[in-house]
Structures are given as structure tokens and as C-alpha cells.
Design a protein around this ligand. Structure first.
Ligand code: GTP
Length: 158
């Protein structure tokens, strides 16, 4: 278990065990790869982040992951794997989020990207995202660093 503070000083716990905090988490976050680049979305308020969001009624968490990536980036997922799960003790309540790693094989133009400006492709996620106002707060804690490390180790990306 990895315990740390997020950008807003909320406590975060991250585990790579299988659905440790909840079998049915309400949130998902998807670290995406397309054409040997990282695929993010540009959230209208928060800035650049990997896509994600809330699990809807009647949907599994993995189905929500596939839907959110499509909605926020136009990305069609070819392959997806569960990476881990984290818990945030936020001011407005607790959040439990599944993290996935996904390979996208097609980017389809969308009529709307919902609350985002759509896809962003990055050769590299900069080391200094924490001090870069263009990136979202959800990219600014150890969830990103630990998950990227794990993904790079297992799947030899970059
Ligand atoms: P809406 O209900 O859509 O308005 O969203 P919300 O921001 O009110 O609620 P949500 O349940 O998405 O998140 C509640 C709080 O949890 C946020 O204000 C954040 O403090 C925190 N939170 C949510 N997702 C993350 C995340 O991925 N990382 C971190 N560190 N905190 C998060």
C-alpha cells in the first residue's frame, strides 16, 4: 500500500492489489497509449490529464473506462488492463478509482468532447507536471508516478 498526499493535501492510498477498496468503484482513470504516444484529454477547467470519470448506472467500471476514453478523446480502445485502485479522502467525500492501462488503435473525431477540449498526444509526460499549470491536479500526486513506473516496467513503454 502506498499512502501519500495529493495536490490539495488530501490523503490518498494506492494499491496494485485486485479491487482492494471496492469491487464496484464509482470512478475510473485510464492511462492511454496511442501510436507510441501518451493520449490525454484537455479538461476545460483542470487542464491536461489522462481521461476518466464516473461509472454510470448499469455499467461495469471497465465499460466506463472504455466510454470515458471515447467521450473525452475519441479514442477507441483495442486492449485494456486493470492496474490498481486508489482511495482519496477528499473534502467533499471519499472517492475510489480504478486505474487502467489501455491501448487505443483509432482516434475518431467526436461532435463533442463533453467537459474537455478533446485529445492531446504527448511523446513524454514531463517530469515536472506538478509545477506546470497546464496539467490537472489529478496528474499531480504519486498515483501518476507509481502507476507509470508499474506500466513502464511491465509493458516496456517509452
Ligand atoms: P461532480 O460530482 O462531477 O461535480 O464532481 P466532484 O468533483 O464534486 O466530485 P468527485 O466525486 O469527482 O470528486 C470529489 C473530490 O475527490 C474532488 O473534489 C477531489 O478533491 C477528489 N478527487 C476526485 N478524483 C480525484 C483524483 O483522481 N485524484 C485526487 N487526488 N483527488 C480526486
Amino acid at each position: 500500500m502506498n499512502t501519500f498526499r495529493d495536490f490539495y493535501n488530501n490523503e490518498v492510498k494506492l494499491t496494485f492489489e485486485d479491487h482492494y477498496f471496492s469491487k464496484e468503484p464509482k470512478h475510473v482513470w485510464v492511462i492511454c497509449r496511442y501510436n507510441n504516444k501518451w493520449l490525454l484529454t484537455r479538461h476545460k477547467d483542470r487542464g491536461m490529464e489522462f481521461p476518466g470519470g464516473k461509472v454510470e448506472e448499469g455499467e461495469t467500471a471497465q465499460q466506463a473506462a472504455v466510454r470515458e476514453v471515447k467521450e473525452e478523446t475519441g479514442g477507441v480502445i483495442n486492449w485494456i488492463v486493470y492496474v490498481g485502485q486508489y482511495y482519496v479522502a477528499g473534502k467533499g467525500g471519499t472517492v475510489i478509482k480504478n486505474v487502467y492501462y489501455a491501448i487505443v488503435n483509432e482516434l475518431v473525431d467526436q461532435p463533442t468532447y463533453f467537459e474537455t477540449h478533446g485529445p492531446v498526444l504527448l511523446e513524454k509526460v514531463p517530469d515536472n507536471v506538478r509545477h506546470n499549470a497546464k496539467f490537472s491536479f489529478i496528474m499531480k500526486d504519486d498515483v501518476l508516478t507509481h502507476c507509470m513506473k508499474k506500466i513502464k516496467k511491465i509493458y516496456s513503454t517509452e
